[in-house]
Design a protein around this ligand. Sequence first.
Ligand code: NAP
Length: 311
Amino acid sequence: MEKIYDVVILGGGPAGLTAALYAGRARLDTLLIEKAQDGGQIAMTEEIENYPGQLVEGESGSALVARMAKQVEKFGAERCADVIKSAELSGDVKKLVGGKGEYLARSVILCTGAHPKPIGCENEGKFIGNGISYCATCDAAFFEGLEVFVVGGGDSAVEEAMYLTKFARKVTIIHRRDALRAAKSIQEKAFKNPKIGFLWDSVVTKVDGSELLSHMTVRNVKTGELTEICANENDGLFGLFGFVGNAPNSELFDGILKLDNGYIRTDENMHTELDGVFAAGDIRVKSLRQVITAAADGAIAAMQAEKFVNA
Ligand code: NAP
């Protein structure tokens, strides 16, 4: 007979890792499934400075996550790498079907998080990996000494633009309004950085080049004026990083759970509308998506799963 876990946690970002830590500590028979590397979006963040108690100057998201993963290990949750393709969540025994096998559990905690939204310009797909990126930590080094553009005006765009100045010759933030959305403290640092420039009220409409990104069209949303931006002749290319927000990784649950703009609705104890099915972190409807709130969700979900399983 196939093993039935007390709880299977889907997703190894801060919510999933915290749920696994708490479930392991509660001596639940726990499996954490992650499709690729731990950490979710936070693993792509160069510097975390607002996780309470975190005093390691300049610590990266991936370093913080590595410490969380080590803590999970200590409390005995099993881990496996698989991509889940379908889920049956309504019965007493929940079933997750992945490429490598089936996983059964009495309760599940869904922590599948979110992914970066595309910039939304013509030809975008053609240049991903050839000039366009959504992860400064991953790709900044490819643009050493080159010119780089960042689309977006939120915390991610401004923080990652600052990180990119360590590599790029010049970084221009292209924002669709004339005021940034980013936290004031983050804005202040960016305005002081001599390598950062701004293109206000502007959106990228089209990107082009032979193989590598070397041209783009930017439209001023107030005047409608179109501007062609070309790579410097000696460079032959420029970088374009998109940070225009995130979209939930919830396709798997479409038709199984009621979704709100793709996000899973829960009560304050992380219960979805299905018994024994909990959701935690960025995947759920909430007002603040941060490492601290994801971790808090994960802890609550694990404790609720324990109550459910031992009822
Ligand atoms: P965000 O806060 O949703 O900001 C997205 C930015 O992209 C906004 O400036 C938005 O413009 C712009 N935008 C959206 N759609 C666009 C489009 N189609 N074309 C051009 N621009 C577009 O996303 P985020 O910065 O990735 O942050 C996500 C969450 O993580 C937020 O809650 C944020 O606070 C949090 N976060 C926190 C930190 C930190 O605390 N250190 C770091 C990173 C992220 P408008 O302003 O005009 O809407």
